[in-house]
Design a protein around this ligand. Sequence first.
Ligand SMILES: Cc1cc2nc3c(=O)[nH]c(=O)nc-3n(C[C@H](O)[C@H](O)[C@H](O)COP(=O)(O)OP(=O)(O)OC[C@H]3O[C@@H](n4cnc5c(N)ncnc54)[C@H](O)[C@@H]3O)c2cc1C
Length: 521
Amino acid sequence: MTGVRPVRRGSIRRGPQAAGTAAAAPPVRVAVVGAGAAGTLTALHLVRGARARGTLLEVVVVDPAAELGRGTAFGTTDDRHLLNVPAVGMSALPDRSQHFVEWRRQRGASVGNDLHVFAPRREYSRYLEDTLWEELRAAADTVRLEHRRAWVTGIEPVAPGSVATGSRPWRLVCHGARPVEADAFVVATGLPEAGTAWAPESLLRSSSFVVDPWAPGALEAVARDRRGLADVLVVGSGLTMVDVALTVLGRTARHDRRLTAVSRSGLLPGAHADRPLPAAVPDVTDWPHDLEGIVARATRHLHEVRDGAGDWRPAVDGLRFRVAELWSRLEEPERAEFLTRYAGPWGRLRHRMPPSSAARVDAFRAAGRLEVRADRVVDARCLGAGGVRVTLASGEVREVGWVVNCTGPALDVRASGNHLLADLLRPRPDGPLASAATAGMGLRTHGGRLLAADGGASAAPVWVLGALRRGELLESTAVPEIRVQAQQVAESLLGTFGPVPGRTAASAAAGREVGVAVATG
Ligand SMILES: Cc1cc2nc3c(=O)[nH]c(=O)nc-3n(C[C@H](O)[C@H](O)[C@H](O)COP(=O)(O)OP(=O)(O)OC[C@H]3O[C@@H](n4cnc5c(N)ncnc54)[C@H](O)[C@@H]3O)c2cc1C
């Protein structure tokens, strides 16, 4: 599974841009852990930033995944799985909002309402890859990118006991592959894996239990099964359940199949409008600084927009722009209370189904093929001939061919089983390199740069983005947030480590050491 896979490398040569700016400086070397959307967007913005500055740059993306730009969300091969953000919201470049729309048009997408189209997620992964390679081609004189296929298990000083002796004092430790030394590191490891704390032990052992529906081939196995028990039980009723229903009840599915989705709320996510509705962004300057006060004002905003515009969705889309600001006003106990009481309802309003998916879900329900209700699994027994007998809290007993876990990712990175994150958080003689953010939803940072437990800059030059900033920002897992963070990380990192005109190799190396020690507070 591990190994080195060079991908269409550019080469570092002293091109015209580089010659005048950084003639004697060695390349800045950045290791990005994770090749999902966040890691790929970071690589893209590093390449763009380096080209604009004339900085010599080496990017090493480390991830066992075979391709860049897939990850959990965009690795699906089922074109019924659509983006849940309209095309105009999915540009990789924050300063060119129609970039994804234009890319689609160049490939034959019809012009018209295509700003508001919900494209297949697989298409988006191709867009990310294309955009990265286009930037790499344009920066071939100054930038080189390598994809190394390996799991990262930790980060360590190159010379044990010293963090500032060499010009590149830190390196990634990789499972079964050589370490990756770099000037700076970006951790883009995404959401923790799906939680299974709810599942009885017997279910965890069953081959009819799909622990992670996004694991390669997992849903295809359910869809292809035409011999076993027909029915499917899905635990969870959010967007992942919707995708599962589209696959296992879709056109080619067996006709006797029914799907039951059980969850705490028994509610489906909301649906997007079938036409563009501009976001109604509230001015929150005079909103209170306590949870109940904020919830009251947000509810009022929702009602006012609904009554004025005839739709609640612009209010939610507008609130999204204020979430980080409002979240920053709350103390830890109130954040915990939000997660317990309000995160579910907020998620259903905020993370919505594309209209076409919602129509299919309605049709499945009308045909009696999909049932969604509040319930939970209390017991499960494997059946001899395959399948599972499941007992629900309501007392109902079902025999199903498959149980699919759609409860979503676990919250707390401290229990995620990700070796790199565990290594960042473990005690070291000078203290851990990182500390957990609210509820363990990622790590504490200052503008993306990792903070140690004492609130000062981490000893290691590490930046994080995406899901690892949820504890700080709450909304930090979708492309509209991630692309901005990726650009900021690239700017911050190139600003810290990139040579400035007139700087020599020696001063660049000195800059690295200053960069490691630089205060972020
Ligand atoms: C099913 C689904 C659909 C979604 N749809 C949308 C959408 O339509 N629009 C939108 O804006 N957002 C969507 N999202 C939100 C989504 O989370 C983000 O848009 C984005 O895909 C997150 O990418 P990521 O790179 O942060 O994480 P991931 O996609 O999870 O990628 C993380 C990568 O890191 C690698 N990795 C992890 N640990 C290590 C390690 N220790 N060493 C090496 N590699 C490691 C993994 O192999 C993986 O490839 C969706 C999410 C899901 C789950």
